[in-house]
Design a protein around this ligand. Sequence first.
Ligand SMILES: C[S@@+](CC[C@H](N)C(=O)[O-])C[C@H]1O[C@@H](n2cnc3c(N)ncnc32)[C@H](O)[C@@H]1O
Length: 157
Amino acid sequence: MERLNGGNEYDLGRDFVASVRLDLQHYLWKETLRYDLHPRAGADSSSVGLRIADVGTGTGIFILSLARRLPPSCSFVGFDISDAQFPISESIPKNVSFRVANAMTEPPHDLQSQFDIVHLRLFVCVVENNDPLPALNFCLKLLMLRRAWWFFAMGRV
Ligand SMILES: C[S@@+](CC[C@H](N)C(=O)[O-])C[C@H]1O[C@@H](n2cnc3c(N)ncnc32)[C@H](O)[C@@H]1O
């Protein structure tokens, strides 16, 4: 994909239409695949205390969808470089939070090694200089490497 301004600008926009597009895309994907998170991740109604991160979360539709079907002991953090598409605070469940963070840098210290599952989707258009390593490094540092963990990249990273 051709990037705007030498790769320094986010090409897809963050207005109302862009948010609706992301949400519809999520439901289309879910309908087609028959899952939101791959079943091998084992996140289901019997999961206790799972911590799940979503990097480049946009509207947060992915974690909000999971939060509806997983037990309330599970918790979710959505990371994005911009808060422009985060949901309004009144609509965010207690076990969901959002953080502004640049996934091309180090993750916030308090959230390193904290997650069982890290999810990254539709990020190919924001990878800089054709180099996904900084984003993969961000994701890896979020994972609790002492435990079994999952890293999911959907679409092309
Ligand atoms: C195509 S959207 C995908 C949103 C979401 N993953 C989904 O599947 O609905 C890409 C998202 O990445 C975010 N983004 C762009 N550059 C980023 C960066 N360096 N760090 C974190 N997020 C970034 C954008 O703000 C946007 O919300």
